[in-house]
Design a protein around this ligand. Structure first.
Ligand SMILES: NC(=O)c1ccc[n+]([C@@H]2O[C@H](COP(=O)([O-])OP(=O)(O)OC[C@H]3O[C@@H](n4cnc5c(N)ncnc54)[C@H](O)[C@@H]3O)[C@@H](O)[C@H]2O)c1
Length: 315
């Protein structure tokens, strides 16, 4: 019998790719999403979509009664700036909503929970780059705090209810279906603006770095994390994995690469630096390779080309 998984946020950018990756690996998949940002059309045909808020009784009872082996949790409020302006609303979705799903999973006998955390925010301004999982945690935004709190609930409730929790700490994820209007999607913003013949805004000197990972590689990591044998030690980071490339790229590098791939010369508009912006970010991915058998496979230019093709046909 096929293994059953519930993917929350399954109509969203990353979640919809994860649904596809589970299907390709032979899983029986159900998606759950309130469609606040996701689109029903992004859920593959034949996959049941439960339209529900993760804070609701319906979402919790779905996790409790669906006979799922794995809960894959990607539904979230993802906007850092919104979290700064509305910290309690962010915590309500990202912490209380997640705990609601964990309660459902615990009573439904779910064996493993895979949680979308963020390596871009839980470490704050790290001293070591590429940053390993064991680096000190120091989130500076309410969103970062909500992701780290989610990891703690995952570990504590997993120990209490005998399910295994895995936290995947993503770098900047990019690829088809990323909303170019979202704050998180600088790659998507640059490619869509270049294709529309518009200038690119660079905040500060453009030398701030990020680690960009393809959504296809992220989706594959989720399937691997659903079946891998996990470490049994009980420290906070034991079952957390950076999912990234380990490569630092400046925003100026990104603009240049996006210009090369789209065949358009980028016109740069220099703007004031954003206060509080993290200056450097790249994550060490050795542990994901050693334990999950995962390595990034999509090259940066191939990822940009995939995004460009998507904008040209469907975006
Ligand atoms: N995009 C990135 O670079 C990145 C990096 C690190 C972590 N993440 C995490 O990955 C996950 C997916 O992010 P994404 O970039 O695909 O964003 P997204 O907005 O496309 O996906 C989130 C999905 O959750 C749904 N959702 C939001 N609130 C909900 C609620 N209360 N109940 C039910 N569904 C709800 C939305 O409709 C959407 O489909 C999030 O948990 C995010 O924090 C993303």
């Amino acid at each position: 019998m096929a293994r059953r998984v519930l993917v929350t946020g399954g109509a969203g950018f990353i979640g919809s790719h994860i649904v596809e990756a589970y299907l390709a690996a032979g899983w029986d998949v159900t998606a759950l999403d309130d469609l606040s940002r996701g689109k029903a059309s992004q859920v593959p045909a034949g996959v049941p979509l439960i339209v529900a808020d993760i804070r609701s009784d319906l979402a919790r009872s779905t996790a409790a009664t669906g006979g799922f082996e794995v809960l894959n949790h990607h539904a979230a409020q993802i906007d850092v700036r919104y979290s700064v302006e509305h910290p309690s609303a962010d915590a309500d979705i990202n912490i209380a909503g997640f705990v609601n799903m964990l309660e459902g999973a615990a009573s439904g006998g779910v064996r493993r929970v895979v949680f979308a955390s963020s390596g871009g925010v839980v470490y704050g301004n790290p001293d070591v780059i590429p940053t390993p999982e064991t680096a000190p945690k120091g989130p500076v935004s309410p969103y970062g705090v909500s992701k780290l709190a989610g990891e703690h609930y995952l570990r504590a409730l997993g120990a209490l209810h005998a399910f295994e929790g895995v936290a995947l700490r993503y770098a900047n994820v990019c690829g088809p279906r990323q909303d170019p209007k979202s704050e998180a999607g600088v790659v998507s913003i640059f490619v869509s603006r270049l294709l529309a013949g518009q200038p690119l805004s660079i905040f500060g000197d453009g030398k701030q770095t990020r680690d960009y990972v393809s959504v296809k590689d992220v989706a594959r990591a989720n399937v691997l994390a659903s079946g891998a044998v996990l470490p049994t030690d009980d420290d906070h980071d034991a079952r957390a994995f950076n999912i990234a490339t380990g490569v630092e790229r400046t925003v100026l590098d990104l603009a240049e690469a996006a210009g090369r791939v789209t065949g358009r010369k980028p016109e740069l508009r220099m703007e004031a630096a954003r206060p509080g912006e993290i200056l450097r970010s790249a994550l060490d991915v050795k542990k994901a390779a050693d334990v999950l058998g995962w390595r990034p496979e999509v090259t940066f230019d191939a990822g940009l080309a995939m995004l460009m093709d998507w904008f040209r046909t469907e975006g």
